[in-house]
Design a protein around this ligand. Sequence first.
Ligand code: HEM
Length: 632
Amino acid sequence: VHRYLSYKNRIPPGAKPLPGPWGLPYIGRVHDIPEEASWMKFYEWNKEFGPIYQMEMFGTTHVWISSEQVAHEILAKRAAINSDRPTIPNLPDNRTSGDYLALLGRTETWKRQRKLCNHLMHTSALASLHQYPTRERDRFLYLMASDPSKYLEWIEQFTSRTVSRLSWGTAKPAQILRHTTFGLLQTISPSGALPNVISFLQHVPKALSPWKKKEAARHELEDRLFRANVSFVERSLESGRGEESFIGTFLKSKQSPDEKEATKWGDKTEAMHTVGLMAIAGALTIGSPIQSFILAMCHYPDVQKTLQKEIDEVCGGRCPQWEDREKLPMLRAVVKEVIRWRPPVPTGIPHASEKDDVWNGYFIPAGATIHALEWGITRDENTYPNPEEFLPSRWISPGYPTYREPLTQYPNLNGFSQFGFGRRTCQGVPIVEQDLFLSMGGMAWAFTIQKKIDPQTGKEIPVHWNDYTPLLIAKPCRFEFDAIPRTETRMEEMREMFEKAKEEEEEHDADLEMDIAQFEKDLGKEKIYRDRTCEQEVRQKQDSTTSGSGSEDGTASESASEGGSESTEDSPGLEFRDSSSEADTDDMASPLGSPKMTRFPLDGSIMGGGKQRMIGGEPLVQGLEVPGAWRW
Ligand code: HEM
């Protein structure tokens, strides 16, 4: 009653509260919010109460906005008072600790880190991100061809290796990064940890709180990893080598004889955290639209054909490169439409208001948590007619509200609502744009993606339409599909691209001193990160026919993947039971576990997943295998 009255008394004369659903005292409508796809429920209320409404939850006012224009007015035009972040109950020092730039309050630390992040991203973008996305894409395509049923693993490897190389100049930390990052996602997601919903649980002492204990262990591992990565880059630079990286750019500026330049970007610990957050953001998010792309290709074969036609005509049969982007508007439209159709951050990342305000006659109290509901924003029929349809042409055909010329430049992702508003907009767009352009373009060039046919019934195996994982970054639940290499020549080219990328990396990594095994042993403690929504789909039957039960050199327990640790009872290793790894069941329970090779036999079929497939309808002339894919 006291809270209600003090709230009422703060409303200036002539202003009124925002509309919203009626709720129970203190808890509001928390009982009505589903664990899965909560964004749909929030959007339902938007449809009932208008593009902006409010609701109380556990004593906090939450404002939900599902109109780009309103979000812009409140979060961008009034950025001076609406650019703070709320406290995350399960990570109570998120606003102050300086560990995670994206979660920091509007403090001086945030301002410094944001500037540094911007500088590092800009420097690498000018160098076209040092070719890392291209090299990793080349690796990714061949792995996809080797066994598409492990697509979740290959996609996560692609995104985490790319951002790891960008951050620290090497892909070696990528697997551990995935592990700690998925743990962080659980820590901060409303549906990931109970204290984020029932906020008073944050006051339970650590000894009695499983959430606090889990987060402390995860954070400790992450901190050690980031420190080791920075000292690795320092050693590399001292020995006159080391590839370009965000942290390398920072460390080089520190060596400048010009004192102003040397001190401009703050201290090393802060840079370590800034770069760490950039790595986290890249490892977490980009897999979502890549998976959604595959989902879209299963449901929209005609769009796939149009895309393939554009790529084949423009690139004359070769795989698209970043330099081709001006000539590939359809590919850019597909990239953008995937993000619109299935927003990777459907509830957005909330802002917090710092001052009482009146907008359009409505009162927004200081301390309110303001959500730009990205899901709702992409469903606005005025901007996006037929919003449920995957319709890339809305970006490149005159007549649609989102059409914009010149097509050599538009569509692109700059300023897209899905990357937030005002002073807190996403700083990762150059990476996102290049990763998605190359991976989606590469897949369209390489494969025909389609629903699988059940060999028993001869009918298509259904692919879900919109089942997504419930955490802050939503990804499609696992589904089955076929990725059929389009021609034999392309299969051969993919192998060559893979080999070349591998050679380059091996050459670079030849004498690198980086002891990743020291971290892997700790992963056993925090055994499984599991995304609940997809559990029923997890237990895929073991891939019994994949040939080769040992590694290339015949030792079944040979270390695999980046890390090189074994998967044993004591150290179960990298069991990434994120939706992204749910594919990796027994035979892939750990990418570090017993490596198995997928082979492309001489008879023109592909062995893998217990099935045989033809490549582009033509027999293969050469046996191919995935050389060292697991260990590399
Ligand atoms: C598909 C991929 C991605 C999507 C959809 C995405 C989306 C978002 C969204 C919605 C926000 C919050 C904006 C706001 O509060 O208004 C954000 C913030 C941020 N993103 Fe991304 N992001 C992606 C990838 C990345 C990558 C690869 C990086 C790497 C640097 C990155 C770095 C950041 C940072 C640093 C912030 C925080 C900005 C701040 O709080 O000042 N993001 N992103």
